[in-house]
Structures are given as C-alpha cells and as structure tokens.
Design a protein around this ligand. Structure first.
Ligand code: GTP
Ligand code: MG
Length: 441
C-alpha cells in the first residue's frame, strides 16, 4: 500500500507556471475529487486541460499530465498538475489535495518510490540528485551517464563474479555428497581476488577523478604576508573581491571565491599571511590559515620572486610538506632574476602558468569527463570495502583457513556490492540518501 503523496516540484517563487506532483495508489481517485473531469479510469499516458474545483468554485485552470503506473517516474499512478505560477494558487491546490486524502511528501520521496518500485537502482537515484545539483556542464553530463545506468553496469560484473565463487563454496558446504560438482578450493578465492582487485583499484581511481569533476576541489592560497595572495585571488576571479594593500597583514579572515577551470570548480580560499604576531585579530586569522591548509585538497604556496626565501617562507613550506601543494613565485615583473619554477605576476594578471599547473595536477584527461564512475563518498567507501574484504578472503585462503571461514569475507564483499545498488538493507540506506533530495523530487 503506497499512500498518495503530494508536493510542489518547482521552487516556491512567483513564476510563469508551477508543477504539483501527486503519486500513489489513490492518486487518480484523489485528483478526480478536485478536477473538472474524472480521471479514475485512465489507462494510458494522457494530457488533459481542465479546472481545479473546490466546493463548486474554480481554483485555477490547469493542465494534467497523467501517467498510469508503472510507466511513470515513480512507477505508480502519477499526476503532474501544471497550474499558474502563483505560490498562493499552488498552495491552495496542495491543501485541497491534502483534504481529499493525500499527504505531503518528504524530501526525495518521489525518487524513493521510483527506487522501491525498481524503476531505478540506488546509484541512479543518487545521480538524479547529482544532475539537479551540478554546477558545471561537465558535472551534469557525468551525472546523466549514471542516470542512464552506465555506472550501475560497473558494479554488476563484480557482484556476479563474487556470487559465482560464493555459490560454489555454498554448494560444496551444503551438498558434500554431490561428487560431480567442482570442489571449491583456495585457488578459486585467490584468483577471484587477483582478478577483481585491479578492476576495483581502477574504479576507485576513476571515482576520485569523477568526484573532482562533480564537486570541484578546495584550493587554499597561502604564504607569508604581502606576497600577493589576495591579488592572486582577484586575478583568478577576474574581480576585485579581496582587499589588496601594501601593508603586511591586510587579510585577516578567509575570503572565498569560485572559478570554473576547464570544467572543474575550484573553491578558492584566500588566507591571512602566516607569520608570528602579537595582534589578537591577526593571530586568529593565522590560525584560520593553518586550518585552511589542513582542509584543502590542494594548497598553492605563494613566494615572492623578487626577494630571497626567508625563515617565514621555510616555515610555511614545512607546514604543507605532507599536503598536496604547488609552489608559485609571484611578482616576477619586479625582478630580472631567473625563477626556477612556476612564475606569475598577479598584478599584471599573468597567471596562466599557475592555472595550467593546477589543471595538470588534477590528472584529468579528456576521456575522464565521459567515463562513468562511482564517485560519491558512499560509493567510494563501498568499493574500498569490497576490495578489503576480497584481500582478507585471499589472505585467509593462503593461510589455509577452512573454506567456510574464508567465505565470511567473500560474503562481506558480496553484501557491499549489493549495498552499492541498494539491493541490500534497503530501508536504512535509502532513508539516508533520499533525505538529501529536495521535496518534489
Ligand atoms: N609588482 C607586483 N606587486 C604585486 C604583485 N602581486 C601583488 N603585488 C602587490 O603586493 C602588495 C600586497 O599584495 P596583497 O595581494 O595584498 O598580498 P597578500 O599576500 O594578500 O598580503 P596579506 O593579506 O597581508 O597577507 C600589494 O601592494 C600588491 O599590489 C605582483 O605580481 N607584482
Ligand atoms: Mg591578503
């Protein structure tokens, strides 16, 4: 029994039109109670013009897109009511539907229904959210591949191969009397791990790159005071966002900005120049700079090309030594001394060498943008679980543990592959995932 749910699918703002979605077992019956025509017996996809009526009074003229389940987004009977774009009208219609027996949908509930009715698997459901949230054309295109099911296809062969060996082991354990069945031995487990681990490693690597395309990276600009961090931020953004002066210690708080670098979003953080100071405000700023270093995916350390490296520079280089970083020399316009490294002039907007170096560091190739990948935290976490479980099974097999004990880890690997597609422990994961959706999706 699927209750009938209703929600506004468009943003609650004044606009040309609004769309209200209704889905569930009694959808057609409930909508018929408020519409000028009876839609209860509609058997195929239909578009109808008519009126929403409340106790004989017209609320609005609307268009109904009527989808007979299972051929609908949710897999259930579903109606999309397109009304005029007034929030007042949309609310009136929703209230009316509620009074006739529908209930308000929670975040992601329409997509969750699609998942429960097996219209889509969990990876596709996540992709819907990714498509909505994509901020670059590239991220959207990658998410559309997942929505089409291309990403799910990466998991299915892994799941099947593990299932092959697991079922062989189970048959051996359960039916030892069947002599014509191949005996499961440690060789099977070792070769399964040897076959799948490189495949999974490749998926993890592609997934990490896909994550960069989808979410971008956090880039912190750090250096001692006055090296030109804020000037660099402004040059990258193409606007004068951060205050620039020749006074050391100008920037106190983090200044943020975003750019799209060849299809990848860089979340830029301009930080306070790092030095030992007494000033209370500035020293808090310096602490924030250090936090920014630790939370960044990439740190750009800015040095002054026109002066010698000093203790402050060296301390900063020490701070970033275990964190992915790029060193760039700024103010090359001020010196004739040759610079060994990336040299730029933020003042003159001459920053292409740094942009190129950042992009190169991302390790993205043209085909990466077209490669479906398992790229969110959940999917990458599960890939790592599968890999670890396979390695554990291999180790147990090589240590000559009885095959039924070896199979415990194989079961873990198998369950993780099911969880990836949402075929295991459905309610828990789906609740978590669909809660991130907007209402009406
Ligand atoms: N000649 C030259 N001057 C620059 C360049 N970049 C920045 N400056 C100058 O250096 C001074 C400091 O620049 P800022 O961008 O404020 O330096 P900052 O690193 O943000 O300094 P704090 O916020 O104090 O840490 C300003 O006078 C800038 O005009 C450059 O490429 N060449
Ligand atoms: Mg600054």
């Amino acid at each position: 029994m699927f209750e009938t749910i209703v929600a506004l699918a468009t943003a609650p703002l004044k606009s040309a039109l609004h769309i209200i979605r209704v889905s569930g077992d009694d959808c057609f019956e409930i909508v018929s109670k408020c519409f000028s025509k009876d839609i209860k017996d509609i058997k195929e996809r239909t578009l109808l013009i008519g009126h929403i009526i409340d106790e004989g009074k017209i609320v609005d003229e609307v268009v109904l897109a009527i989808y007979k389940g299972p051929k609908s987004y949710t897999g259930e009977d579903l109606v999309e009511i397109t009304c005029h774009g007034s929030v007042l009208i949309a609310n009136e219609i929703i209230q009316l539907l509620l009074s006739k027996g529908a209930r308000l949908a929670v975040n992601g509930e329409f997509t969750s229904r699609a998942f429960l009715h097996e219209r889509i698997d969990l990876i596709q459901a996540e992709a819907i959210n990714d498509v909505i949230n994509a901020t670059t054309k590239e991220a959207k295109e990658l998410s559309l591949l997942s929505l089409k099911g291309e990403t799910s296809k990466l998991v299915t062969p892994i799941k099947t191969r593990i299932a092959d060996i697991l079922s062989l082991i189970e048959v051996n354990i359960d039916y030892p009397e069947y002599e014509d069945i191949e005996v499961a031995n440690k060789g099977h487990v070792v070769s399964l791990a040897d076959e799948l681990v490189p495949v999974i490693d490749n998926l993890i690597s592609n997934g990490e790159k896909g994550k960069i395309i989808k979410e971008g990276i956090k880039v912190a600009l750090v250096g001692k005071p006055n090296v030109g961090k804020s000037s660099l931020l402004n040059a990258l953004l193409g606007e004068s966002k951060a205050i620039v002066t020749d006074i050391a210690g100008t920037t106190r708080d983090i200044v943020e900005g975003e750019i799209n670098l060849n299809g990848v979003v860089l979340h830029l953080l301009d930080t306070a120049g790092i030095r030992d100071v007494e000033d209370k405000v500035e020293s808090i700023g310096v602490e924030k700079s250090k936090d920014a270093i630790n939370n960044a995916d990439l740190v750009i350390v800015l040095l002054d090309a026109s002066s010698e490296l000093d203790e402050q520079d060296k301390e900063i280089l020490e701070l970033v030594k275990d964190i992915p970083h790029i060193i760039a020399y700024n103010k090359v316009d001020k010196t004739n001394k040759p610079v060994d490294g990336i040299s730029i002039s933020a003042l003159n907007n001459d920053i292409t060498p740094l942009k190129d170096a950042v992009y190169e560091r991302l390790g993205l190739k043209e085909e990466t943008f077209k490669t479906p990948s398992l790229n969110n935290v959940r999917q990458l976490g599960l890939l790592k679980n599968i890999k670890e479980s396979l390695l554990k099974a291999k180790e147990d097999a090589l240590n000559d543990l009885p095959i039924d004990l070896v199979s415990v880890s194989l079961h873990d690997a198998y369950n993780s592959s099911l969880e990836m597609l949402g075929e295991y422990n459905q309610t828990d994961i789906s609740k978590e995932i669909f809660s991130r959706f907007c209402v009406g999706k």
